[in-house]
Design a binder for this molecule. Structure first.
Ligand code: SF4
Ligand code: SF4
Length: 337
């Protein structure tokens, strides 16, 4: 069953959730200083900005930039008690919903990460569908996005059509049912297509690893890691032990974001660096996003949000670079007549 939320009651709906005690409402908000849109705790309905997707991804709400895993005093280890506040994330685009799903996969692979999943379990994800690409950097239509949401809002002019995607979403809606009305309206898969977002032409990039055109991107890459930081799917991290300098037996272990574009990211004991040259680091990120993860999990890590191109200081468009790569035609000799 789908529901309708009329725009005339939309502000009342948001304001009523904002007044609820014990939950935070996180939504895209535009900065007054630099016009950049970021997910943050919404204070007032007038701050909500659904014009464009957020420049920064949502991932830091679940996969913290910097997190204390445990503290140690000699042999004694203490794990900080975490009780995340329930959070409603509103206005999450289809690309970002898929990226959260890929991080769910990454943080449950092999072992279940309690630090990440405590935050995820406390979250309700309410999507906001794009019907058209936001700008020329988007290519979400090329990477096979799936449905991953608790609720999904589709803007239909003077109302939102609301789809339920999970029990959590159904429960959230039921608690606020006074704002919604049942409807038999359905959107077909064709009507949900995000227009003009099918920019990446290659479905299999494996044959292009040694292509000479990668140089066009590699020569411009500064190794700044903005692409990793802005990517909603990237999940590399490293551990650091911060010890008390006056008593080296006491300290804490911290997990921090890291980046495959850093030379020392692949450094191991004995000073061996697995990806010591920039070309391998540059290609590794793209191949992890568009090939390796897919080989392992049957879906792309990349959600085609375009942030890594939009936010790259030298605007390296790896999609355009890939599109312009041609495979060599096999040298088949024609049989003599
Ligand atoms: S953002 Fe651009 S310049 Fe910076 S590391 Fe990534 S590809 Fe290189
Ligand atoms: S690799 Fe780039 S386009 Fe793909 S999800 Fe990450 S930031 Fe978005």
């Amino acid at each position: 069953m789908n529901y309708v939320l009329k725009k005339e009651v939309f502000s009342k709906f948001v304001n009523s959730v904002l007044k609820e005690k014990g939950i935070d409402f996180i939504a895209p908000v535009k900065s007054e200083q630099n016009d950049i849109i970021k997910f943050q705790k919404l204070i007032s309905f007038s701050d909500l900005c659904l014009d464009k997707n957020a420049y920064y991804p949502l991932k830091e709400w679940f996969f913290k930039k910097n997190e204390v895993l445990f503290e140690f005093k000699g042999d004694k280890i203490t794990i900080p008690e975490k009780k995340p506040k329930p959070k409603i994330f509103f206005g999450v685009r289809r690309c970002d919903l898929n990226s959260i799903n890929r991080q769910d996969v990454a943080f449950s692979e092999g072992c279940w990460d309690p630090y990440y999943f405590l935050e995820r379990e406390a979250s309700t994800l309410i999507g906001y569908h794009c019907f058209e690409k936001e700008d020329n950097y988007c290519f979400c239509g090329s990477v096979g996005l799936e449905d991953h949401y608790d609720l999904m809002f589709y803007d239909r002019g003077d109302y939102f059509l609301v789809e339920i995607g999970s029990k959590k979403g159904a429960w959230f809606l039921k608690q606020r049912i006074r704002f919604f009305k049942k409807t038999t309206e359905r959107l077909s898969a064709r009507k949900k297509v995000i227009k003009n977002a099918n920019r990446l032409q290659k479905k299999n990039i494996a044959p292009f690893y040694d292509h000479k055109n990668w140089k066009k991107g590699v020569d411009l890459c500064l190794g700044c890691t903005s692409c990793n930081t802005l990517c909603p799917s990237c999940y590399c991290f490293e551990f650091k032990d911060k010890v008390n300098i006056s008593n080296l037996k006491n300290g804490k272990r911290i997990r921090e974001w890291s980046a495959c574009q850093l030379k020392d990211f692949s450094e191991v004991a004995g000073n061996h660096i697995f990806r010591s040259d920039r070309e391998h680091r540059f290609k590794h990120r793209i191949y992890h996003q568009l090939q390796y993860f897919n080989e392992k999990h049957g879906k792309h890590l990349c959600s085609g949000c375009g942030r890594c191109i939009r936010g790259c200081p030298t605007r390296i468009d790896f999609v355009g670079i890939l599109n312009n790569m041609k495979t060599k035609k096999p040298n088949v000799k024609k049989p003599k007549k």
